[in-house]
Design a protein around this ligand. Structure first.
Ligand code: 1HE
Length: 258
């Protein structure tokens, strides 16, 4: 089954896994307003039968970041418009991270600027050897606005984020693996199939365990250690209770036989 009606996204659904493709290869999947609103739409209300998503970029590059052409077309400075736009990026990245689906990203070629912000809003990242990571905002005279100060910093540390922004350097796939920008390094051309396999494996976990791995870890990472440990206890109990509920039909069936 494919979800139709998008201009810059291509969605294919099979066996509970949605492969969501950034489908603007001629512009290296640069993210314009339309693509961002389509990501918003998909991750706000994924189809009920979808248990996990795989995010891919069509063509040779995962994503070249913000559509700079669209930025240039907005001629007059308008701080309020820009605040609203940046906050919209933040809300869409939140939906990707916390909207309810485990998301595995398959990356190749450029993972630049907003592309890296999208990738770090996802939960598992697989790279190919051609992958490189860059935050060229400094050399473009702008600043990150899609969550990098929080999410990229959480992965590589604020010290290295500052270094990436100041120098605009490219980190290679190998370096990215070491830094945690990817969790897996697949053979060239194999990131998507590895990501689909991982998504399939994740989709077979207990839904409550996936929910807590995404939500509880994200929330607890913002808490003090004492509050985090308390929240971990409550989360663990919630999962045990859910497991007990799921066993109930079996118990009822057993009792019914008596
Ligand atoms: C674009 C964009 C884009 C390509 N916006 N149109 N992002 C950047 O600064 C990255 C800019 N792009 C690149 O460095 C390179 O394009 C790539 C390394 C990604 C790929 O290189 P290459 O040689 O394969 O492609 P190309 O020839 O540079 O580009 C092909 C087309 O894509 C071309 O358009 P055409 O009409 O001339 O064919 C490019 O203009 C177009 N294209 N990248 C618009 N980004 C939430 S805030 C986040 C802030 C940021 O993301 S800043 C980082 C922006």
């Amino acid at each position: 089954m494919a979800t139709d009606g998008y201009e810059h996204l291509e969605v294919e659904i099979s066996e509970g896994i949605a492969v969501v493709g950034l489908a603007r290869a001629d512009k290296r999947n640069a993210v314009n307003r339309k693509m961002l609103s389509e990501l918003d739409d998909f991750f706000s209300s994924p189809p009920d039968d979808v248990k996990a998503a795989v995010l891919v970029g069509h063509g040779k590059h995962f994503c070249a970041g913000l559509d700079l052409q669209e930025v240039m077309e907005m001629k007059d400075p308008d701080p309020l418009r820009d605040v609203v736009d940046t906050r919209y990026w933040h809300s869409v990245m939140d939906k990707i991270q916390l909207g309810g689906l485990p998301v595995v990203t398959a990356m190749q070629g450029a993972v630049i600027g907003g592309g890296l912000e999208i990738a770090t809003a996802t939960h598992v990242r697989v790279a190919e050897p051609s992958t490189f990571y860059q935050l060229p905002e400094g050399s473009r005279g702008i600043f990150v606005g899609g969550g990098a100060t929080v999410r990229v910093a959480r992965v590589i540390g604020s010290d290295r984020l500052t270094e990436m922004l100041l120098t605009g350097r490219r980190y290679s796939a190998e370096e990215g693996l070491r830094l945690g920008l990817s969790h897996y390094l697949a053979e060239e051309g194999e990131a998507r199939s590895t990501a689909v396999e991982l998504a399939g494996q994740i989709s077979r976990n207990a839904p409550i365990s996936n929910y807590l791995a995404i939500q509880a870890v994200a929330r607890i990472s913002e808490m003090s250690a004492a509050d985090g440990l308390y929240a971990e206890t409550l989360s663990a109990i919630l999962s045990h209770y859910q497991a007990a509920l799921e066993l109930r039909p079996g118990i009822a069936e057993f009792l019914g036989k008596k």
